[in-house]
Design a binder for this molecule. Structure first.
Ligand code: GLY
Ligand code: MN
Ligand code: MN
Length: 455
């Protein structure tokens, strides 16, 4: 396996998994469709992550077909890429296409064909194969195509050709692979996180009372694109004052006011990989007493969660550590009443904190911001007992993002009203615990104040 590119290595790895499962088969994975935004304007094109993971090919209109030929002991892999044919007229309008002639050399793929031949060729590729691996229930269009291919193979029955008899989900296999990031991926993710961190620094530096949320968003976007990131990894949240308590708020036109907080959850996508950072800072550069109290609780919760982000711990342990610190903090600040709840343990058990902290502390991060991969261990036990939470291992990447969100209410001290805080960093699990790849932006309240003061 000399000089194989990372995509060839991944295809081989997937082929090995398929060989182990069914002794061979055919896998079909298409990229994402182009989407119309309105009338004849399109959304910026974004490839499908699974497809890109296996090909490194970013053009729309493409399908990867992997034929795994097993002989009981060994297997051979033949990969076919179906892509848009060269078309000098269309290329004037839409840009250069790689085309099937250049694709094998450029992508290290065995065979390439025009995508117009997909339907006709699949009938042959599926002939006499038992197992087909597709993304189950992907779309009505994918179902229609599969029916068409099956019909073609069935049409050859009298020539002694049998159609496939088993459908398998290819997604679960690819997603398990994607859960563990290789050196190449971690390198990109480090660079993506560094760009996003710089964007957050820039936002803190320019922020002033009287600015609007969208102006801060513009600063973030400037830093992303100016640094070579192709896109945002998700819609940026820039939330001033009461908006900070809305979890999926977008950057709007609210004015940022002195005495209020600004919560920014924003990250770029670089070379197909997401970063995901949240910082919360005072619009005028100085935390008020109540803001600082809740900020320091949230930061302590994040530190506790980070300390639990290490190989051998479960995915849930960082969350549980964060919950403990947050809930104790809520009791200390009398946002939760010890007289009602009795104890910290009871406050956690009864989920009393949920009023102020209603999301999980972590999710996988990778090509997709809420990345793929099972959060539960696979077990052979098919009983109804819940599968155990995933054990963290080297190469997994998770976010650590505790928060506190206090909306106005009669039974809540007014000094805390409309304080929404989240602190989010990206952690690569490694031998010694984890590496925080997003700390190019300060997280400590004093350091944030110093940065804003010196801006
Ligand atoms: N930005 C999405 C999230 O933090 O999960
Ligand atoms: Mn986020
Ligand atoms: Mn996140």
């Amino acid at each position: 396996m000399n000089n194989l590119n990372i995509y060839q290595l991944r295809r081989n790895q997937l082929a090995e998994l398929i060989f182990a499962k069914t002794g061979g088969g055919v896998a079909v994975i298409s990229t994402a469709p182009e989407l119309t935004r309105n009338r004849d304007s399109e959304f910026p094109y974004r490839h499908d992550s699974d497809f890109y993971y296996l090909t490194g090919f970013e053009e729309p209109g493409a399908t990867l077909v992997m034929k795994i030929l097993g002989n009981g002991k060994n297997f051979q892999l033949e990969s076919h890429l179906f892509c848009r044919p060269k078309d000098s007229e269309r290329e004037i309008w839409d840009g250069i296409r790689l085309g099937p002639e250049a694709a094998p050399e450029a992508l290290g793929i065995e065979y390439a064909h025009s995508n117009q031949e997909l339907d006709q060729t699949l009938g042959n590729l599926l002939a006499d194969e038992d197992a087909v691996y597709i993304r189950l229930a992907e779309s009505a269009e994918a179902d229609r195509r599969l029916r068409h291919w099956m019909k073609q193979v069935r049409g050859q029955a009298r020539s002694g050709i049998n159609p496939p008899s088993e459908l398998h989900d290819v997604e679960a296999l690819i997603h398990e692979m994607r859960l563990f990031k290789d050196v190449h991926e971690i390198d990109i993710m480090r660079r993506a996180a560094a760009i996003s961190a710089r964007a957050h620094v820039r936002a803190m530096q320019v922020c002033m009372p009287g600015m609007r949320e969208y102006q801060i968003e513009a600063e973030l976007l400037h830093e992303f694109r100016n640094s070579g990131a192709q896109s945002v990894a998700y819609n940026s949240i820039v939330a001033g004052g009461a908006n900070s308590c809305i979890l999926h708020y977008r950057a709007g036109s609210t004015e940022l006011r002195s005495g209020e907080l600004c919560l920014i959850d924003a990250g770029c996508e670089l070379d197909g990989y997401a970063s995901d950072i949240t910082r919360t800072f005072p619009v005028n550069g100085k935390f008020t007493g109540p803001q600082r109290a809740l900020y320091d609780i949230t930061l302590a919760a994040q530190e506790a969660a980070i300390a639990m982000t290490k190989p051998g711990n479960t995915f849930m342990q960082p969350h549980e550590a964060a919950l403990k610190v947050l809930t104790q903090g809520l009791l200390d600040e009398k946002l939760l009443k010890l007289s009602d709840l009795g104890s910290l343990d009871n406050a956690i058990e009864t989920a009393a904190y949920r009023r102020f902290y209603m999301h999980r502390t972590s999710h996988w991060l990778g090509m997709d911001v809420h990345d793929v991969g099972s959060y539960r261990e696979a077990t052979q036990d098919s009983s109804t007992v819940e599968k155990p939470w995933r054990i963290l291992k080297n190469g997994m990447v998770i976010t650590v993002e505790p928060g506190l969100y206090v909306r106005p209410a009669d039974d809540v001290d007014e000094k805390f009203w409309n304080i929404g805080i989240r602190i989010e960093d990206d952690a690569v699990v490694n031998d010694s615990g984890c590496e925080l790849i997003s700390r190019g932006v300060p997280v400590n309240a004093d350091e944030i104040e110093a940065l804003m003061k010196n801006a």
